[in-house]
Design a protein around this ligand. Structure first.
Ligand SMILES: Nc1nc2c(ncn2[C@@H]2O[C@H](COP(=O)(O)OP(=O)(O)OP(=O)(O)O)[C@@H](O)[C@H]2O)c(=O)[nH]1
Ligand SMILES: [Mg+2]
Length: 205
């Protein structure tokens, strides 16, 4: 199994609309979740690059579909978060439609890294993403993010609850506690990304 060096990740390209995406080769992993759930920060943590992806205290930071290349033919994609309440409704709807369209239609997606704030999991729009993953039959890693905000025993309770809910909703999934601030869960994230990449290379060689 080839282990990837995530520090070598580089920015590839940004797009406003999915219809503009002109990369057809290789595969990609989509990072998705509510606005402010910590997607861009996870990508910075994974790649050990503080500013590869723009993160912010203000929700709605990521407004484009941003592609990063780990190695040729293997990309991660940072998406605008859904459910950002302060954006004008029209803009919000456009972002959301954009994101859902991309997640539903894009063949190159081989995995979802799906983030939920461990304190407030399974909000309304999260179910839409889980449903898309199920319908596509796409492999999903759920990160219960910002676990540094809870005590150990609370983390366990939230983990068990989420595990049960996911078991009810999906046939298969992976789940892990995550914190960019405390560097928790990174091993699992790398392991899953390595798996996805290796499955692709086995199939294509
Ligand atoms: N406590 C805690 N806060 C975090 C963690 N990761 C990110 N944050 C904070 O959460 C906020 C949002 O982080 P982003 O990475 O910009 O979130 P995002 O999901 O990319 O947001 P959008 O681009 O709006 O979709 C920032 O204030 C981060 O500092 C974490 O592990 N723990
Ligand atoms: Mg972001």
């Amino acid at each position: 199994m080839k282990l990837l060096d995530y520090k070598k990740t580089s920015f590839l390209k940004s797009y406003v609309n999915i219809s503009d995406i002109d990369i057809q080769y290789g595969i990609e992993i989509a990072f998705i979740g509510y606005s402010n759930s910590g997607k861009s920060t996870v990508i910075n943590t994974l790649t050990k690059q503080k500013k590869i992806s723009r993160s912010s205290k203000t929700p709605g930071r990521t407004q484009l579909i941003n592609f990063f290349e780990i190695v040729p033919n293997f990309r991660i994609v940072d998406l605008p978060g859904y459910g950002y309440a302060n954006a004008p409704l029209l803009i919000r709807e456009k972002w959301q439609k954009n994101t859902y369209d991309y997640l539903k239609k894009r063949n190159q997606i081989k995995g979802f890294v799906f983030l939920m704030d461990i304190r407030y999991p399974f909000k309304k729009l999260d179910y839409i993403i889980i449903d898309i993953a199920k319908k596509r039959n796409t492999s999903i890693l759920v990160l219960l993010n910002k676990c540094d905000k809870l005590k150990k025993y609370q983390q366990k309770i939230q983990f068990n609850k989420a595990f049960k809910e996911l078991q009810f909703l999906l046939n298969s999934f992976e789940i892990e506690l995550f914190s960019s601030f405390k560097k928790i869960g990174i091993k699992k994230l790398k392991f899953q990304l390595n798996n996805w990449y290796n499955q692709y290379t086995i199939l294509n060689n």
